[in-house]
Write a protein that binds this ligand. Structure first.
Ligand code: TRP
Length: 448
C-alpha cells in the first residue's frame, strides 16, 4: 500500500467563526477531507490561542464553537483525524525537543515577533516590551503540530507560509542531527482559487477589521447584516460594476456559475442595492440554514462534542505516541536499563532480544470473537497470555493498536498510554516487565 498524503491544518481557538472562515477554510477543507488518497488532520489549536488571549472563558467558548462548526458543516470525525491540540501531550513534548535544536536567531526573524519589535521601537519602547515568550515560541509549537504527524501538506493563508518554512527547517535540522528520516518535511499549500471574502466594509473579512458576519447568526440577523453591507450610492436603474462590488463577491462565493452570470447581468441592468441584497441573503441562507440547525443541536450538547474530541485524540495518539517514543530515544531520553543504545548516530538499534537468541518468540495474534468484535492477544514465548485486548469494531483498528504497541517496544510510558486504549475498560493492564520484554522482542524481530 502506498502511503497516503497527510494534510494537516490547525485553527486557533480564540474567536467566533464568521462567513470568511466558512468560505476560506471550513468549506474547502471539508471538501478536501473527502479525498480518498489523503489523510486529513484538523485540530483545534488551543495552546496557540493562549498566545492571543488571556481570557479562559473565551478559549473554552471558541473551542466549543469551532468544533461544533466543523462538525455541523459536515466534517466526518470517523474518516479524518479531528482533535484538540491540548489533548495530545506529545505536541508540547516535541515542542521542547525542537526548541533545543532551534536557533534563537531564526525566531528573531519570525514576522509576528518582528512586527511587535518594530512597533515597540517606533513607539520608543524597549524592543521586547509586552512580548511574551509564548509569542516568540509560537513557530516552534506550530512546527511540533505539523511534524508530530509527519504531514506532507499544510493548507494555510499566506501569512502562515513562513511558519511552515520554519517547520521544514526544524524538521530537517533534527533529521540531520540525529541521522535519520524521523520527520517528513512539510509543504505549505496556498489555496489559490478559494475566495478571500470581503467584509461588510469591503476590506478582507477579518476580526481585526471588525467587519465580519458571524457564521451562525439566526436568519433575521443574517439578513440585517447583509443589508448593512456597504455599497456605493448608485440608484436603482443605474448600471453597477460587479467586479468592484463586495456584495457581488459574497454572492459569488455561494452561488453557482449560472446564478453568478445572472447576477452579473442584473448588475449591468441596474438592479437596486436593496433587491440585490435580498437575493444575496436568500442564497447565503439557503446554504447555511440546514447547517445552522445541526450547529444549534451540537452546541447545545457540549458533552457530545467533548466525547468526539476525546475519541479523536485517542486515534491521533496512536500515531503521535510511537513517533515520540522514537524521538525520545533519538535524543537519549531512554530507560536506563534499555539495551537499545545506538552504536552511533544513524545506526539501527541493537535488538535486545538477540541476547537470548534461542528463546521462542512472543506472539501478537489477532482474532475475531463470536460477537463479531476484533481483538488481539499478546503472549510470551512460553505461551503465557500477557494481554487480551478489548473488542474493536474493525480489524483495522485492532491491527493499528497492536502495531503501535510493537512500535513502542519497551518504552514503558508509550506502552502505558497504548494499554489504556487496548485493554478492556474494566480490566486495566499496566506495562509489566514481561509485556515490555515481549514487545521489545517483537519490535526487534520485526526490525531485523
Ligand atoms: N497559526 C495558525 C493560524 O493562526 C494556526 C495553526 C496552529 C496551524 N498550528 C498549526 C496551522 C499547524 C497549520 C498547521 O492560522
Amino acid at each position: 500500500m502506498t502511503e497516503k498524503r497527510r494534510i494537516l491544518t490547525g485553527i486557533t481557538t480564540s474567536g467566533t467563526p464568521h462567513l470568511g472562515n466558512y468560505v476560506g477554510a471550513i468549506r474547502p477543507a471539508i471538501a478536501a477531507s473527502r479525498r480518498a488518497d489523503a489523510e486529513s488532520f484538523y485540530f483545534l489549536a488551543d495552546y496557540h490561542a493562549l498566545v492571543k488571549t488571556g481570557d479562559p472563558a473565551r478559549v473554552q467558548q471558541s473551542t466549543l464553537e469551532i468544533a461544533a462548526s466543523w462538525l455541523a458543516c459536515g466534517l466526518d470525525p470517523d474518516t479524518v483525524f479531528f482533535y484538540r491540540q491540548s489533548d495530545i501531550p506529545e505536541i508540547p513534548e516535541l515542542t521542547w525537543l525542537l526548541t533545543c535544536v532551534t536557533a534563537k536567531g531564526l525566531l528573531n526573524r519570525a514576522h509576528a515577533y518582528k512586527a511587535a519589535v518594530d512597533a515597540n521601537t517606533a513607539a520608543g519602547e524597549d524592543a521586547d516590551a509586552g512580548v511574551t515568550a509564548g509569542l516568540y515560541m509560537y513557530p516552534v509549537l506550530m512546527a511540533a503540530d505539523i511534524l508530530i504527524f509527519n504531514a506532507h501538506e499544510v493548507p494555510v493563508g499566506r501569512d502562515q507560509v513562513q511558519h511552515i518554512e520554519m517547520a521544514r527547517d526544524l524538521g530537517q535540522r533534527f533529521n540531520h542531527l540525529h541521522g535519520k528520516g524521523y520527520f517528513t518535511l512539510p509543504q505549505a499549500r496556498i489555496e489559490e482559487n478559494v475566495a478571500t471574502l470581503p467584509g461588510t466594509d469591503g476590506r478582507k473579512m477579518s476580526k481585526s477589521y471588525d467587519n465580519t458576519i458571524p457564521l451562525w447568526l439566526p436568519a433575521n440577523a443574517l439578513k440585517k447584516a447583509i443589508l448593512g453591507i456597504v455599497t456605493d450610492s448608485r440608484t436603482p436603474g443605474q448600471a453597477k460594476d460587479p467586479d468592484t462590488s463586495n456584495l457581488f463577491a459574497i454572492y459569488q462565493a455561494f452561488a453557482g456559475a449560472q446564478e453568478t452570470a445572472e447576477m452579473r447581468k442584473a448588475f449591468a441592468a441596474g438592479i437596486g442595492w436593496g433587491d440585490a441584497k435580498q437575493i444575496v441573503f436568500e442564497r447565503v441562507d439557503a446554504e447555511l440554514a440546514p447547517l445552522r440547525l445541526r450547529y444549534e443541536d451540537l452546541i447545545a450538547r457540549p458533552e457530545h462534542i467533548e466525547e468526539r474530541l476525546q475519541a479523536g485524540a485517542r486515534k491521533a495518539r496512536e500515531r503521535s505516541i510511537p513517533l515520540l517514543s522514537r524521538l525520545r530515544d533519538a535524543v537519549g531520553i531512554r530507560p536506563l536499563a534499555a539495551r537499545t543504545a545506538r552504536a552511533s548516530a544513524g545506526a539501527t538499534h541493537a535488538p535486545p532480544a538477540r541476547a537470548t537468541p534461542a528463546s521462542p518468540a512472543p506472539q501478537l495474534r489477532s482474532y475475531r470473537e463470536a460477537g463479531g468484535t476484533f481483538h488481539f492477544r499478546l503472549a510470551a514465548g512460553d505461551g503465557t497470555v500477557l494481554l487480551r485486548s478489548r473488542g474493536f469494531d474493525s480489524p483495522k483498528e485492532a491491527g493499528r493498536l497492536g502495531a503501535a504497541l510493537v512500535a513502542a517496544g519497551d518504552d514503558a510510558r508509550a506502552v502505558a498510554a497504548l494499554l489504556l486504549e487496548s485493554a478492556p475498560p474494566d480490566e486495566p493492564v499496566s506495562p509489566t516487565d514481561a509485556i515490555l520484554a515481549a514487545l521489545a522482542r517483537l519490535k526487534a524481530d520485526r526490525g531485523s
